[in-house]
Structures are given as C-alpha cells and as structure tokens.
Design a binder for this molecule. Structure first.
Ligand SMILES: Cc1cc2nc3c(=O)[nH]c(=O)nc-3n(C[C@H](O)[C@H](O)[C@H](O)COP(=O)(O)OP(=O)(O)OC[C@H]3O[C@@H](n4cnc5c(N)ncnc54)[C@H](O)[C@@H]3O)c2cc1C
Length: 265
C-alpha cells in the first residue's frame, strides 16, 4: 500500500504554498516567543503542540478517511521544513508522532486498529511514540532483548527501552519486542501498540540533552506488561519490517528538518 501522493497540479501547488505560509506564521508568531523559556526549563511545549493539533498538523500525510489532511509526504515534509526553520523540537515531536508512530499504523494496521489508533492520532487526540532502542541495541537494532511472551489473550512484555521521543507524553507507543530472541530480525521481533496506563508500563528517567530541549527522550520500563493480542501490529515475528518502514519515513522528515534548520540558521 502506498500513501497518497500530492499531485503536481496548480491546486496542489497552491495548497502547499498556503500550508507553508500557515506554518511559517504559526512558527514565527507562536513558537518563536516561547523558545527561550522552553530551552531554559527543558519542558514539553504543551500549548503550542495543542495549536499544532488544532491546525491539523498531526494528520498531514494520513488520508482524510482516517482523520488526516491527505497531503501526502510532500505536505508533511513541507511542514517539518517550515517548523525546523524556527525550532527543531516542535519538528521532532511531530516527526516521532507522524513518521514513527502513525505511518507504520497506516501501512500495517488492520481496519479495526486504524479506527482505534490511527484516526484519533491523525485528528490530534492522541500523541504517538516509537520505541525500538535499548541499552544494548542502538544501531544494531535487531539485537533487542525486551521480551514478549504469549500468555492467554495477551503478550507479556518485559524489558527496558531508552531514548524514546515523546515517550513521556505519548498516549500510544509502538514498541518492538522479541517474541524469540534467538531469531532476532528474521522472525523474532514483533511490533505492539501499547497504550498509556497499561499495567506494567511506566515511564522512567528523562535524558538531559544538549539540544531538542522541548522533546522528552524517555526510558520506558515494561514489567509483565500485558498487551492484548489484538494490539500486535502486522504479523508476529515480522516487527523488524514494521520498524524499518517507520525509520524509512523518519529519514525523509529528518532530511526535511535538516533543510529547514539550515535555512533558518
Ligand atoms: C534525540 C534522540 C531521539 C531519539 N529518539 C528515538 C525514538 O523515538 N525511538 C527510538 O527507538 N530510538 C530513538 N533514539 C535512539 C537512536 O535511534 C539511537 O541513538 C541510534 O540508533 C544509535 O544507537 P546508540 O545511541 O546506541 O549508538 P551506537 O549504536 O552505540 O553507536 C555509537 C557510535 O558507533 C557507531 N557505530 C555503531 N555500529 C557501528 C559499526 N558496526 N561500525 C562502525 N561504527 C559503528 C555509530 O555510527 C555511532 O557513531 C533517539 C536518539 C536520540 C539521540
């Protein structure tokens, strides 16, 4: 399945130009004034994130039938670029939610999962995060050891995740865990949609960083966290493909963000 692309018609060009100017105005009038305090206090910018939701930024590439604006990856990248001219934190919050959270849901979710998780995320009612990295598994992401053991109607997740953007605030986290650690990326990793408040799931320490002070970079802890089997995203054992798909779209928006950052410097 491909995400609808933006046709290069005059209408679309005009829509993108209008979108860019909306974002530029929002960034200069509402984001720029809060930056020094946000950076100083290292806090998640709740009020401006709420405004991004109201402006529809949380569902940019997602088709309208699932609560988004249907502006494709082109529209999404244009917004990330414009935001990044003024602030990387707002762009990173949006990027983790969109590229890493919603995109795999759109590609791999069942219709029921899309209605339950994608529609509220695209409407801005839910914030999403993506949790792959572990203390012993960064670049070598297939070496993750957080375990997922089937028990009755659930999988029990146990382990420690780190560096999760939006991890402290997200309503739903896409978590990668090992259904069979010996198989690794070839059949041993599964993707789970874990809701905030699920018993056994807690947010741990927040990293102190040199930049991106408006984003949380969180440790997530799972202790016999019971995730219903219907929250498996994609097939059991095929989670590495889900994760790599998310990261592919993440690279696209990181490129757009870097471009905006350079233009704004
Ligand atoms: C601000 C921030 C936000 C993040 N957000 C998320 C998130 O939302 N979700 C998530 O799951 N993760 C997130 N991460 C984690 C990120 O994906 C990892 O930091 C990344 O995968 C690298 O892993 P690592 O930090 O363990 O570094 P390592 O893998 O230990 O790498 C350290 C250095 O060694 C080099 N290196 C590694 N392997 C090799 C090799 N085989 N040969 C040569 N050089 C090598 C690397 O290039 C790097 O320079 C975030 C990280 C940061 C800093």
């Amino acid at each position: 399945m491909t995400m609808p692309s933006v046709e290069p018609t005059l209408d679309r060009e005009a829509t993108l130009a209008a979108l860019r100017s909306t974002v530029a105005r929002f960034a200069s009038e509402e984001v720029a004034p809060i930056l020094s305090e946000m950076d100083e206090r290292e806090v998640f910018p709740e009020a401006t994130v709420r405004r991004m939701k109201e402006l529809g930024f949380f569902g940019l590439p997602i088709p309208e039938e699932y609560g988004g604006l249907g502006l494709g990856k082109t529209g999404y990248c244009a917004v990330v670029e414009e935001l990044s001219k003024v602030d990387a934190s707002h762009a990173a919050i949006l990027g983790a939610h969109t590229s890493l959270g919603m995109t795999p849901l759109y590609y791999f979710g069942t219709e029921e999962q899309k209605q339950r998780f994608l529609v509220p995320a695209a409407r801005g009612e839910h914030l999403m995060a993506f949790s792959l990295t572990e203390p012993g598994s960064g670049s070598d992401s297939g070496a993750l050891v957080t375990s997922a053991r089937a028990e009755g109607d659930c999988y029990l997740l146990n382990g420690e995740k780190i560096y999760v953007t939006n991890g402290a605030e997200a309503n739903v986290v896409l978590v990668l865990a090992a259904n069979d650690v010996k198989l690794g990326p070839r059949g041993g990793i599964t993707a789970f949609l874990v809701e905030k408040g699920t018993r056994g799931f807690t947010v741990g320490r927040l990293e102190k960083k040199m930049g991106l002070h408006g984003t949380s970079t969180a440790q997530l802890l799972f202790q016999d966290c019971a995730v219903p089997k219907e929250n498996v995203l994609g097939e059991v054992g095929r989670g590495f493909v889900v994760a790599m798909t998310a990261l592919d779209v993440g690279r696209l928006s990181l490129g757009a963000g870097s471009l905006g950052g350079m233009q704004g410097a």
